[in-house]
Design a binder for this molecule. Structure first.
Ligand code: IMP
Length: 436
């Protein structure tokens, strides 16, 4: 396969890492830790709506499009066909990485089948959110994700392969003209064509060496027995099919997205790791049964620094929801949990876990399909004693306070999935491997 300087690591099972809540579970750091053992790190869905944060020494990186494996020298990174790529954002991200001494040359491969997020997609995203024609404000990241995936499904969009193709200027100006007419009709401000075409032409020049047939590349890597790590973005509850529709993103972060977003068969996934925050957060609108609009919610937001990595928006915070985690485990066949940010709960006197919901006298053990039903669900809580001890400085799992271990044990018992990894703080070193 391409990337000749790449050395093969000890084979670990091909691993899918997914967010098991509403995104922001701390996936970036876990992917970073697992990347050390993988040969190829692959993003398969979403776009620059993601913000994967990783701290290495005194450096802090927030990756939006480039797989987190890029921070490890020699790892192959793939932007799969299921992603929607804003070429201008990708150029900016690669330039920033290069400026910080991280080169993607020869080891980042962008699918020629990945769809483009073009400037009008962002304008439409913003206009739809402001105008809220449908009466539904999703609270999107306004990165143009929904409109780009909509154009993909409507068979109206252009792809990375078109961008870097010699015929691109003519194709793009035709496309732009049609989109401008449509936008004018719906009262959305139209973009300035000359500038857009110029910027995209420059981006095409810059990105051309990275664009390739990643389906073939990944098939070769798979057949050669390379260790693959699939880096999910967002989370199961934001999945277009399984999330709290319509308050979702427009892709499939769940396991099905891997096959459609890479061109690999389902059996290529050998292990599924679900990432869970020790409590719950959500950005944007939509039902969130365990949300806390009180002092505890504020405490979690401040202590957990719960502000969006992409938009800076304050995140809504609440107790751990075992119904959501169980649902994510069931849909994805989660083998292990990676639990993050347990230390955020350190000072609380008691902690709560939602074990079921109640609505109109009915008990729900799983997530109902209709967002309006979920919005009316009242959580059934179990209360556990807090540990009131700092867990940040501990260096061994056995040093965890008994109440913190009891909390984790209960979380695993309620979801039927064992703990595989535990992470405290954003730095690489504060991660404990258990079952994996
Ligand atoms: P979009 O993906 O920008 O269309 O946004 C749709 C919904 O998904 C909104 O509620 C966003 O806040 C949420 N969302 C999108 N990406 C992320 C993410 O990476 N983390 C958390 N929430 C996200």
């Amino acid at each position: 396969m391409a990337g000749g300087t790449h050395k093969m690591a000890a084979k670990i099972p091909n691993t899918l890492l997914i967010g098991a809540q509403w995104g922001d579970e701390g996936k970036g750091k876990i992917v970073d830790v697992l990347s050390r053992e993988a040969d190829v790190v692959i993003r398969y869905q979403g776009g620059s709506n993601a913000g994967h944060t990783i701290e290495v020494g005194t450096e802090r990186y927030v990756l939006h499009l480039v797989p987190s494996g890029i921070l490890h020298p020699n790892k192959i990174c793939v932007i799969g066909n299921g992603m929607v790529v804003d070429p201008l954002a990708l150029v900016a991200e690669l330039r920033e990485l290069a400026g910080r001494g991280i080169s993607a040359d020869g080891r980042l491969f962008v699918s020629d089948r990945a769809h483009l997020v073009l400037p009008w997609h962002k304008l439409l995203d913003a206009a739809r959110e402001q105008g809220a024609e449908t009466g539904v404000r999703i609270g999107t990241t306004q990165r143009g994700i929904g409109p780009a995936y909509a154009d993909k499904a409507a068979r109206l969009n252009l792809r990375m392969g078109d961008l870097v193709d010699g015929a691109m200027p003519a194709l793009l100006s035709q496309h732009l003209e049609a989109r401008c007419r449509e936008m004018e009709r719906s009262g959305v401000p139209t973009p300035e064509p000359t500038r857009i075409l110029e910027e995209l032409a420059q981006a095409a020049e810059f990105l051309r060496p990275f664009v390739t047939d990643t389906v073939t590349l990944l098939q070769q890597a798979y057949r050669a027995g390379r260790s693959l790590l699939f880096e999910g973005a967002q989370g199961v509850m934001l999945d277009l099919d399984f999330g709290t529709y319509p308050y979702v993103t427009s892709s499939n972060p769940s396991c099905g997205g891997v096959c459609t977003g890479t061109g690999l068969p389902a059996r290529a996934i050998e292990r599924v790791l679900g990432v869970l925050k020790a409590y719950t957060t959500r950005v944007g609108a939509g039902p969130f049964p365990t949300e806390l609009q009180d002092a505890v919610g504020t405490h979690l937001r401040e202590r957990g620094r719960e502000f969006g990595a992409t938009t800076g928006r304050p995140r809504r915070c609440g107790w751990f929801d075992a119904v959501v985690a169980r649902y994510a485990a069931m849909l994805n066949g989660v083998d292990y949990w990676a639990v993050t940010k347990l230390d955020v709960l350190d000072t609380l006197e008691t902690v709560r876990i939602c074990v079921a919901y109640e609505c109109d006298g009915r008990r729900y053990e799983t997530v109902p399909a209709r967002a309006r039903d979920l919005a009316r669900c009242v959580p059934v809580y179990e209360e556990l004693p807090g540990w009131r001890t700092a867990t940040t400085g501990i260096s061994r799992f056995a040093e965890l306070p008994p109440a913190a271990r009891a909390y984790l044990d209960r979380l695993c018992e309620l979801t039927g999935v064992p703990l595989g990894l535990l992470s405290f703080g954003p730095r690489r070193e504060t991660t404990f491997r258990l079952g994996i």
